[in-house]
Structure formats: C-alpha cells, structure tokens
Design a protein around this ligand. Sequence first.
Ligand code: UD1
Length: 451
Amino acid sequence: MATALVILAAGKGTRMNSDRPKVLHEVAGAPMLVHAMRAGAALDPDRTIVVAGHGAGAVEAAARGWDAEVEIVLQAEQLGTGHAVRQTRDALADFDGDVIVLYGDTPFIRPETLSAMQAARAKKDVVVLGFDAVDPGRYGRLKMSGQSLDEIIEFKDATEAEKAITLCNSGVVAADAATLFSLLEAVGNDNASGEYYLTDIVGLARKQGLSATVVTCDEAETLGVDSRAALVSANAIYQGRARAELIAAGVTVLAPDTLHLSFDTAIGPDTVIEPNVVFGPGVTVENGATIRAFSHLEGCHVARGAVVGPYARLRPGAELSEDVRIGNFVEIKNAQIHAGAKVNHLSYIGDAELGKKTNVGAGTITCNYDGVSKHRTVVGKNVFLGSDTMLVAPVTLGDDSMTATGTVITHDVPDGAMAVGRTRQENKPGFARKMFEKLKSAKARREKGVK
Ligand code: UD1
C-alpha cells in the first residue's frame, strides 16, 4: 500500500515568543520539523507533504534542506488541524493509498510506532496514535468501546466525565486518502474553539459504519513543544536518551551529564569521550578514538585511534585520518589531516592538507584568507614545520621538507628542502646589563620627582 506523509507545520507557536516558526526551533541541532520528517522517512513514504503557514518560506527551506523531494502546501489561515490536512487534498488528488498525519512540533515519535500504525491501518479504516497520560491536561480524550475508538473529544468540549479519561490523542492519524478527505469534507467548526478539528473524523467515520482503533505508545514519544520551557525539556530528554544509547553501544563517556550530542552524531565503540565535549551536527567518529575534555566538533570525521583535544575545535570539513593527534587550542577547518600527523599546540589549520606523519610545531598557522578569497595550503608527508610557521596560502610544501621556527612561508618549498624566512639573530655582548642599569636609574629619578 502506498503511503503519503502529511506533516502539519503551519502553527505560529505564540508561546515560544519568537520570530521563528515553532517547528524550526531545534532539538539536538535539528529543527523539530526535521525530527518529524526523519521519523516519517523510516516508513519509506511515496509522498511527503509539509503543510506550512507561519514563516512558510523558512519552513520550506528547512524541509527541503532535509529532503529535496518534499512537497509544500500552504495553509494561509490556521483554521484548525482538520483544515490544515484538507489543504493537501488537491496535491493528493491522484494518490491512492494511506495518509499518515504527523505534527511538525512532535520530535520524538519513533519509526517503530509509525510502522505499528501502518500495520493497524490494514485492518481498520481510521487509526489514531494514543497514549495513557499521567496528567492528561488539555489533550484530546479518546472514547473507546473495547478495542474500538468511538470518538475524540477535545478538552475544551469535554464534559467532566470525559475529562477523567486518561487515554489521550497524540495527534498522529492514519487513514486511506479517499476516506480521509471525504470525512474531512463533513468536518465543521461548531465547537468551543471555532476550529476545524482533524479529530472529528473519528466520530464521523463511526457514524458511517467505518471502523476506528487506537495504537498506543509511550507518553514520552508524543511530547509536543509549545513553549521555551518545553523546548528545554525536549532537548534534555533527547540528550539523556542519546547518551544512554551511545553508552549501550560501547562508547566510554566519562561524564555523561556534560556531553552534548546532535541528532546525527555517530560514534564507534571503544571511543573515549572525556567531560564537557560538544558534538554539533554532522560528526562521525570511528572506533577507538579519544575526544578529550572541552573539545567542540562540528561537521567533521575522526578516524580510528585519533586523539582530539583537550580544548580542540574541529570545524566543518575537518577530516582526521587514523592516529592523528590534535592537541590543545588547535582549530582545524576544511582540512585533511593524513594518518599519524600531529598538530599538538595552538594552531589554526584551514583549507589545507597535511601529509602522513607530518608534525606541526606550536603556533603554526595557515594564513588562508587574503580578505577576499580563501586559499589552500598543501603540506606533503613527513614534513616538520617549526614552531610559529606562517603558511601564506596558496602554498605547497614538498615531502620530507622542513621549516625553521618563526618562518613566514610565501613560496613553495621543494621536497626535502628546508625553508628559513626570518631575520638573522645578532648578539650584542654586555648590552642587556647596560640597558637594565639605564632603565633602573631612569625609574629611580622618576620616583624622586626628578626630571
Ligand atoms: C491537537 C489535537 C488534540 C491532541 C493534541 C496533541 C486537534 C483538534 N486536537 O490539539 O486532540 O491531544 O493535538 O498535541 O487536532 N496546525 C496547523 N494548522 C492549523 C492548526 C494546527 O498546521 O490550523 C499544526 C500546528 O502547527 C501543530 C499541530 O498542527 O504542529 C497541532 O496543533 P495544535 O494547535 O498544537 O493542536 P492542539 O490544539 O494542541
């Protein structure tokens, strides 16, 4: 059966107090919308449609950034969840299959839960994802007769007896497209909110003799975000889970509470992560690496056995091969550091390539930017760069070459050559002592007020 995913993302999220549309607020480095799209993508849907409204341009850009094929449908006025789904009717006019409706502000739905709904849809006309709430609050309530779902009652419209029901609506709904749109045609807005409720399709379906049921999931999966405080909680929940998964997968995490992970962080077993490490989006670390304390990594790859930090910064495009050493206060950006190379202290290596076993002395910097364009530095293998070498790009240093400490490299260096580019040292015998005396007597005169 073909599947279309419809993700509702038109709401403003007034309580976020933000210019940014609610679904673009981030959990673990990715917009909530992307989390919903990722969960849905696990079903391998034939179509994915995002319903955008507030900040539609930004929502579209974020959605396409994740999935270039995504379709965007505009809901110009937010008249309710039923109205939002109805906006996709034209886009899905030729679609013959199941529609699964998800919310763009519910980032924790598991793919397994969506698969269970897909399976339930094969047997029932309408399937709703529900959960047993500890505190049902303002969620819609699910009225059941045995295994059969009779109706969803919105909190604002519920009687006291209905409010006592703890089985709640997550908002995720699955139905065959033809059934869904024909039921939505009949949904009105004569209710406490004056909105077109998607939830009304259940009662309407049952009146027409169609079947409806509930698939349940853990309450934590359905956590929606509608305030800054809820966003903070969502991030904390995400981190807790992701850290636990990492540890279970064989990664040694010395201080889990201080580790920050992103939605796509991938770390191999036997890697050791010291306290206070931040993984921004797009990081992969192979087995047996060590990420030492206070390091910040983003958009980079760390191969087996490499050691990073403490206090290192790996920026996008940093590619570390096996057994590379990156030490304290070193920044690497868009650079390939080949096996066994070492950049141990106080360096910036950007737009560069360092060959195998090359050793970079303390304070060495690639001068990659001329104020207008970026230029590349290529350093061969087994090169020794003396401390405080300035590599003024574009420049190439051959294999087995060497630079003298404090050299400013402005021209290519051939294989095996040593480059020296600094003023020659001169010693002036006795000069320092004389100078100290002179300075001390000048100070004494000043303190006595003598000019
Ligand atoms: C909805 C459900 C409620 C359920 C709860 C779970 C309805 C009528 N009620 O309530 O039963 O317990 O979710 O969180 O469906 N949206 C649009 N366009 C609109 C309105 C909403 O795109 O016109 C989107 C929002 O951006 C959001 C989602 O739909 O992503 C849910 O909207 P929201 O207003 O949060 O629904 P609730 O009233 O909380």
